[in-house]
Design a protein around this ligand. Structure first.
Ligand code: SIN
Ligand code: CO
Length: 389
């Protein structure tokens, strides 16, 4: 993708300009980001998803049993018919995992690293419905799917920003609107992390939120050090063979701290392990139970099927990314990683990018032993599967 091509999705600016001027910095309203956008799912289908055990959903009722009542799914069908006429919102997380047309929408966001994208949440709101003024710790693109929504944006927030007393929802106690727009289907609002916002449904409306993954510093440190510790032996310890006599035996001196910093720095600077951990972490599937491959795959049969016209597609729950380390490649597939020879670069790029893999686009790769092995592994692991399965 050429970063200097103006994109309709970004209101006619290029990916380079968007990243330079807006991404993580300031909001951008884009009228008709997706012209004549028609939501691929309707309110009934969204409500249908919220009945399912494996789908994460929430209902927020502004004047329910208590102010801003939160109910968590899965819901019973009759729960929807008992809702008030106005002022409630149904939010369904990760709809892209369950509805291929919603997952296809993410193709529009290929100017950003795919491993940064988390999911597409869809909300349905009755007139007046809102989840209250709040801020998120992630970037978000809010695409209007159906009906009209009034969006107000406000101040930049942080952990000190006062919140309403609520056990589960982080609703801002103070909201100073600085801008306001009514979004219609196809319009989109980009918001950087921590910017206060509040969307109120004008009529019954659906909003798509494309959300991003950004691990917190605490997550990076705890998860990376957990990962690292698997490779460290119990014998490797704090050492002070260079110690000199101290004037006070109770004092922890500067040299002890320096040795400790040396021990940490030595392991923290292992770039191979850092990259391996990061790639695995960022490709961790949201629902690992949905990435399960067939137990047995015979490589010969599998290649034969492809040669006979079978089509391999990515499991919508799978997350793929790749990187390079010296002359080798590292493939990350749904939380796992694997080193591959540098000659597989083009195949790897195709596996990560193509909607479908078949004898035509795979071409000579089907004759390459490492290439065949890789495809077969990904099927066994569940990241790829035959289209008709
Ligand atoms: C909504 O769709 O109602 C809320 C989305 C958001 O504010 O992040
Ligand atoms: Co939000």
């Amino acid at each position: 993708m050429n970063p200097d091509t103006p994109l309709q999705l970004l209101g006619g600016i290029t990916a380079r300009e968007f990243l330079r001027d807006y991404w993580q910095k300031k909001p951008l309203l884009i009228r008709q980001a997706i012209p004549d956008f028609e939501s691929p799912i309707d309110a009934d289908e969204l409500a249908g998803l919220a009945l399912e055990e494996e789908v994460e959903s929430r209902l927020i009722i502004e004047n329910g049993e208590r102010p801003w009542e939160l109910r968590r799914g899965p819901f019973a069908e009759d729960e929807f018919s008992k809702l008030p006429e106005r002022e409630w919102t149904l939010l369904v997380q990760a709809v892209d995992q369950f509805v291929p047309e919603v997952s296809e929408l993410l193709e529009n966001f290929r100017f950003l690293p795919s491993w940064r994208i988390d999911d597409v949440m869809i909300s349905y709101a009755a007139p007046g419905g809102s989840v209250g003024p709040h801020f998120d710790n992630y970037d978000v693109f809010l695409l209007q799917g159906h009906g009209k929504r009034n969006w107000k944006i406000g101040q930049m927030c942080n952990t000190e920003s006062p919140l309403l007393a609520h056990a589960d929802l982080r609703i801002l106690a103070e909201f100073e609107a600085t801008d306001e727009w009514v979004l219609e289907p196809g319009d989109m609002l980009y918001l950087p992390p921590r910017l206060a916002h509040c969307g109120v449904a004008v009529d019954d409306c659906m909003t798509y939120s494309v959300g991003f993954r950004a691990p917190s510093a605490a997550e990076v440190l705890t998860h990376f050090t957990d990962f690292l510790s698997q490779f460290l032996s119990d014998e490797e310890r704090y050492t002070d063979a260079d110690a000199v006599p101290t004037t006070d035996p109770h004092q922890i001196q500067r040299d002890a701290l320096d040795r400790l910093k040396g021990l940490l720095a030595e392991h923290m600077s292992d770039e191979r392990l850092l990259l391996t951990w990061f790639g695995q972490f960022m490709t961790e599937p949201r629902y690992p139970e949905l990435v399960v491959g067939p137990e047995e795959v015979e490589e010969d049969d599998f290649i034969n099927d492809l040669e006979q016209g079978a089509i391999l597609i990515r499991n919508p729950s799978a997350r793929l990314a790749w990187s390079e380390v010296d002359d080798d490649l590292l493939l990350f597939a749904s939380g796992q990683s694997r080193y591959l020879p540098g000659k597989l670069r083009e195949l790897l790029k195709m596996i990560c990018a193509a909607d479908a893999l078949h004898a035509d686009n795979l071409g000579e790769w089907l004759k390459d032993e490492d290439g065949r092995g890789l495809l077969c592994e990904l099927v066994k692991q569940g990241s790829l599967g035959f289209a008709d399965e």
